[in-house]
Design a protein around this ligand. Structure first.
Ligand code: ASP
Ligand code: MG
Length: 471
């Protein structure tokens, strides 16, 4: 069995959806999949706008946007479904969902208040609609398919907007509702991102939650792989917009993926794949536009996958722009205890998270996201000593499990960066990353030099290869 999750861009248009169907059909030859879908790209954002408009009693805006949402799916049906009977059936379902959305708009308008609860209700329509069209289109092409309302399976707490599943109950539901269908050879199509409380109130797992849904369902099914289909070739060695030679990474560990996600790379959020980590289920990140490209496997024991071990040093280079470097210098700090506690209390008070940090006896340098920067924060810090601020910097982090045991890496990093003005340096305590801060205009030079140093040598050739047929 396999769980296949398709993101918004992989089901956003008729062409993309057809491509996803072919990918599912191909997988079905090996194992009958559970297909988990996001809403079509852009739809959840629209639903959020609809909810806000309804909350402000702006009925015109809300209904106009709701009509756009409906039209998008009607057009998909027109393009994808040939059989008249099926077309009629699925159109009626879309009509029904569209009608409920309109009713919800009116209800919120009458009550005059948008609650978290009703916001989740609004947001659930995207996945309900995308899966409805997808299942019908597969059926139209002769596949044995069953559409499941995941709210009968994914039972969550009532933390609307960021609900968490009640594991035991969900696992039982999966075994009772989904497993038997897969076992009899029926493809199951269901929604990511949404769930319901025990008493049937619709919830969501938070924006981008479909990956989490897929990992959870995969864990409950005790699956041997979770496939996350997106529109990029897996996880890259660096952002290809910065480094044209960037390429996709064949295999990485969960801790590398987590580190990269925190450091700004476009990777699955670590919390997302935690359910897979716990059960040691590998997660494949694949591109539905290039289904034959190899993508990236995230797993804790790459050695188990023959030929997958990686003997290069660096796995990836992550960049976070839009950072601000803050330097606090104080003689009071020298030989005193409790200073850091007081200093960080200021950050906590203004809910600012510190990204990278480096300290000496009399000064602390750290970076924060520009968006969380405020004058109040700086005023607070000035109680401690001299404060210097440098806007427009970026953090660059070199990440790899193998950095832990290696000699000479720092030397290679710094010689690659000999022409770059390093504003701060920090070796991550995790030992799998080395980070530094540069001014934004120097980012391109810095990452290209690093990429050349670590990814173009002959010693790296070929090690990213994945053996044929191992997916
Ligand atoms: N459709 C939801 C969102 O846009 C969930 C997801 O795509 O993962 O946030
Ligand atoms: Mg998404």
């Amino acid at each position: 069995m396999a769980v296949m999750k398709f993101g918004g861009t992989s089901v956003g248009t008729a062409k993309a959806m057809q491509q996803a169907i072919s990918i599912v059909a191909r997988e079905k030859e090996n194992a009958v999949p559970l297909v988990v879908l996001s809403a079509c790209s852009g739809i959840t954002n629209k639903l959020v706008r609809i909810a806000d408009a309804a909350g402000r009693s702006n009925l015109d805006e809300a209904t106009a946007l709701a009509a756009e949402v409906k039209r998008h799916h009607v057009e998909l049906v027109d393009e994808l479904i040939k059989s008249d009977a099926l077309k009629k059936d699925v159109s009626a379902r879309i009509e029904l969902l569209g009608g409920r959305l309109e009713m919800l708009i009116k209800g919120v308008d009458i009550v005059g208040e948008l609650t978290e609860r009703s916001r989740d209700m609004f947001c659930s329509f995207g996945e309900l609609l995308s899966t409805t069209v997808f299942a019908a289109a597969m059926k139209d092409q002769g596949y044995k398919v069953e559409w499941i309302d995941v709210r009968t399976v994914m039972i969550t707490d009532d933390n609307f907007g960021f609900a968490r599943p009640l594991n035991d109950q969900c696992e039982e539901n999966v075994k009772r509702i989904i497993s038997p269908l897969l076992q009899q050879g029926t493809v199951v199509v269901t929604q990511g991102y949404i769930g319901a409380t025990r008493d049937g109130r619709t919830t969501t797992l938070g924006r981008g939650g479909s990956d989490f849904s897929a990992a959870l369902l995969g864990a409950w099914l005790n699956d041997n792989a979770i496939q996350i289909w997106t529109d990029v070739d897996g996880v890259m060695t660096c952002d290809p917009r910065l480094v044209p030679e960037a390429r996709s990474i064949r295999v990485m560990t969960f801790s590398e993926a987590a580190e990269l996600a925190y450091l700004g790379a476009k990777v699955l959020h670590p919390d997302t794949i935690a359910p897979a980590v716990q059960k040691n289920i590998p997660v494949y990140v694949l591109n539905s536009v290039h289904p034959d490209a190899k993508g990236t496997i995230i797993t804790n024991d790459p050695e188990r996958l023959s030929g997958m071990s990686y003997d290069g040093l660096v796995k990836s280079i992550a960049v976070k722009k839009g950072q601000c470097l803050i330097n606090v210098r104080s003689n009071r700090m020298f030989g005193r205890h409790g200073f850091m506690l007081e200093l960080f209390d200021i950050f906590a008070r203004y809910s600012v998270s510190v990204e990278m940090i480096s300290t000496s006896e009399v000064s602390v340098s750290l970076t924060v996201d520009e968006r969380s920067f405020s004058d109040e924060l700086i005023q607070g810090l000035k109680n401690f000593g001299e404060v210097e601020i440098e806007h427009g910097v970026a953090t660059i982090s070199v990440v790899g499990d193998n950095l832990r045991m290696s000699r000479g890496v720092a030397g290679r990093i710094f010689s690659a960066l000999k022409d770059v003005n390093l504003r701060m340096i920090s070796q991550g305590a995790s030992e799998i990353n080395v980070g530094f801060v540069v001014e934004e205009p120097e980012v391109v030079t810095a990452v290209n030099n690093l990429h050349r140093e670590f990814f173009s040598g002959p010693q790296n050739r070929g090690i990213f290869e994945i053996p044929a047929g191992s997916r």
